[in-house]
Design a protein around this ligand. Structure first.
Ligand code: MOS
Length: 742
């Protein structure tokens, strides 16, 4: 009985968003709100020798300048700073002491009556440093990178199988390649911001830009030694997160510190430049070896990744594991090394590990297909794996073959001529490339509360976030269907730490988790209404069990005989209730018998100006298998966004570090290039049917991440097909291409 699930329902928060009624963290205000501005370090490593804030303090309207010397007390032990998704190590503690760990680190906070005054005064704070030697160049550190031990943590490389190195050495057709992915930054539309309301009783109400209000709430309580009831964190709307808001950002702690120091409300908004510090996709080097036999199937895969982390935390994801998972190969071996640099700790960024790891794998697969003289799609079909290659488990569902078929057909792949430089359009070389995408179908324990009133209105609440993906909307759709109500009778509350428990919104796990959470709680509502209905005289549901009834059209109905029904209003009135409330936690007990993944097949067309090397991505077809699609409109937007980001990853995005100063050079969206409208042409999104009654009751797999995976490789492969030139370091800028096209 679904009316809304699976449809192209427009965003329930759409009007609020376009009219400005949906407020971001920096748009909340209160009487007497003070504004803060951060002073950041100009060196990459060392100590603060002296801070002179006297000139800043003399500016009219400046209330105070906080430094590590005069800030209020904060926790000293590492554990207090460990948030829900912190990696191994000692988290960075803002304004804690005189140590400088990376360039751009906050060293002082100016608090003033106006943000312009704070920012001006911040420019007057004089800081002297004792510098120490530092290193920010991955290539400089690659030989010192340290290998992770297998199974050291959940993100360590999977166990090897067979004898990949020996089999590769003896393989009939071999490819070995090294691929580079630079540091990339998230660049969400909304800046990091926190508005901390200092309540009369000293409690803090914090509007923060975050993907996890409860994660931030616990962090602030732990670090400032405050009671759980004294800190409330809210994030009703977000202008994009992409992973940058998974961990608490330093602005929230500094604004809270300042509010406590001054006993007044404080707002801190970071500048775009200041966003280029905490959290980024780490630079990484991938070395891949693929060995095939003369029949054109894979025998051996080795994948080594060297990824960047900071000096104080061990951030990494399982960058190598995708390789041996995706394709059938009897032998596979993985190595993951961490290279420490004097930069801030990297973070998750859309499809962490898969976007860069699969770029490397799918580039290598294309190169091996060329060596085998096989069509790249045909090669992948020959290596198709029906089972999870790591654990030899069956999939709960896997419609990748159908993605290949429908994607190829929509793209017209069969008209491709195999030789590089064999297709043209006037002065442009035309290239067609393809790649596979893969991500996990994750789900997390989550609690949902539903309050249903006798007049048929429901309020559904959960502390999850809507990072812009459409969580409000899919929650409303699922609740409306499960409660048998019109969509407009459902109100969604989220992004508030006082609501029922939710982990951070990330990893593409929230849609599946919260939707099935709504199913559980709606089931409890149904059971409660049945209890009331049974007590009615001559109840038509007297003999019904909870399994036999459902809510539809404002009534509790027998699923096999719709004529036996009791209206919600009658059941409640009879029980003397005007509302019923249920809160349930849903856990996803996995018996481990099945693997759960999402997949995609990405086909890209590029046109490359033969004289100038200018690349245009003129067409992309992305065929996605991600279980049940809750909302075809918001889902398509997710994939479109992922494809656009994949274009950026392939052609534009690169955070450049000046290793002389250990400092990011292009910390702004003028010089950090992202795709603009002129870079984005035709994008066709196909959702392949993928029923799955094993993964979870609603068969949802999530799709925040899968859209970007494979796109950069498909474009890189298309560029090779167009030009005959293989560029193995991203982004593929025209200077790297010019020699081959001239
Ligand atoms: Mo996504 S990188 O889990 O926000």
């Amino acid at each position: 009985m679904t009316t809304y699930i699976g449809t192209a329902t427009s965003r329930v928060d759409g009007r609020a968003k376009v009219t400005g009624a949906a407020k971001y963290a920096s748009e909340f205000n209160t009487a007497g709100l003070a504004h803060a501005s951060v002073v950041t370090s100009t060196i990459a490593k060392g100590r603060i020798a002296r801070i002179d804030a006297s000139e800043a303090l003399s500016v009219a309207g400046v209330f105070d300048v906080l430094t590590h010397q005069n800030r209020p007390p904060m926790a000293t032990e590492d554990s207090a700073y460990k948030d829900e998704v912190a990696p191994e190590g000692s988290p960075y503690r803002p304004l804690f002491d005189d140590k400088i760990l990376f360039s751009g680190q906050p060293v002082a906070l100016v608090v003033a009556a106006e943000s312009e005054i704070a920012r001006f005064a911040a420019s007057l704070v004089r800081v002297e440093y004792d510098k120490e030697p530092y290193v920010t160049d991955l290539y400089h550190q690659r030989d010192k990178a340290v290998a992770l031990k297998p199974a050291e943590n959940p993100f360590a490389p999977p166990k090897p199988r067979g004898t990949a190195e020996q089999v590769f050495a003896a393989a009939a057709v071999r490819h070995r390649g090294e691929y580079y992915v630079p540091i990339e930054h998230h660049n969400p539309m909304e800046l990091f911001a926190s508005t901390v309301i200092f309540e009369a009783d000293g409690k803090l109400t914090i509007y923060d830009k975050t993907q996890g209000v409860q994660n931030v709430q616990r962090y602030v309580c732990n670090v400032l030694d405050m009671d759980s009831d004294d800190v409330r964190v809210m994030s009703p709307f977000m202008g994009g997160g992409f992973g940058s808001g998974l961990r608490p950002q330093y602005n929230v702690l500094l604004a809270a510190l300042a509010a406590r120091a001054l006993k007044r409300s404080v707002q801190l908004v970071l500048t775009r430049q200041q966003m280029y510090v905490l959290g980024y996709r780490p630079a990484m080097i991938h070395q891949i070896e693929l060995g095939a036999n003369a029949r054109g199937t894979l025998d051996a895969i080795t994948h080594e990744a060297i990824t960047v982390t900071s000096q104080y935390e061990d951030f990494h994801r399982q960058e190598t594991g995708w390789s041996g998972l995706l394709y059938k190969s009897a032998h596979a071996k993985y190595t993951h090394k961490l290279a420490r640099l004097d930069l801030a700790t990297p973070s998750d960024m859309r499809a962490p590990s898969a976007a860069p790891g699969v770029y490397a794998l799918e580039s290598a697969m294309d190169e091996l297909a060329a060596a085998l003289k096989l069509d790249p799609l045909e090669f992948r079909l020959r290596c198709y794996s029906e089972r999870d290659q790591h654990s030899d488990r069956q999939y709960s569902s896997k419609s990748l073959r159908e993605c290949y078929r429908q994607g190829a057909e929509a793209f017209g792949w069969d008209k491709r001529t195999p030789e590089p430089r064999s297709m043209r359009d006037g002065t442009e070389l035309v290239g067609w490339g393809m790649a596979t995408g893969i991500w996990e179908a994750l789900q997390v324990p989550i609690a949902v509360r539903i309050v249903l009133t006798a007049n048929g209105h429901a309020e559904v609440s959960c502390a999850t976030s809507d990072i812009g993906t459409g969580t409000y909307t899919i929650m409303a759709q699922v609740a409306a269907d499960m409660l048998g109500l019109p969509l407009e009778n459902v109100t969604i509350k989220l992004g508030d730490s006082t609501l029922p428990q939710s982990p951070v919104e990330g990893g593409s796990w929230i849609a599946a988790s919260v939707s099935n959470g709504i199913v559980t709680t709606a089931g409890a509502i149904c059971t409660e209404l049945l209890r009331l209905a049974k007590q009615m005289p001559n109840s038509p549901l007297a003999a019904a069990t909870p399994d036999e009834v459902a809510l539809a059209d404002g009534k509790l109905v027998n699923k096999r005989d719709a004529s036996r029904a009791v209206s919600i209003a009658d059941a409640m009135r009879h029980g003397g209730l005007d509302r019923t409330e249920q809160e349930k936690t849903t856990t996803f007990d996995d018996d481990g018998s099945h693997a759960h993944n999402t997949h995609s097949a990405v086909f890209a067309e590029v046109k490359v100006d033969e004289q100038l090397g200018v690349i245009r991505v003129t067409r992309v077809v992305s065929a996605v298998a991600a279980g049940r699609i809750l909302n075809t409109k918001t889902a398509r937007s997710q994939i479109l966004g992922g494809v656009v980001w994949g274009i950026g990853m392939a052609l534009h995005e690169e955070t450049l570090v000046d290793h002389q100063f250990g400092r990011i050079m292009n910390a702004n969206i003028a010089e950090y290039h992202v795709p603009v409208n002129a870079d984005v042409h035709e994008i066709d999104v196909i959702f392949v049917d993928e029923p799955d009654d094993i993964v979870n009751p609603l068969g949802i797999k999530g799709l925040g991440e899968i859209g970007i995976v494979g796109v950069a490789a498909a474009i890189a492969n298309a560029i090779y097909h167009a030009t005959g030139k293989r560029v193995r370091d991203l982004p593929i800028t025209l200077d790297k291409l010019m020699p081959a096209t001239s």
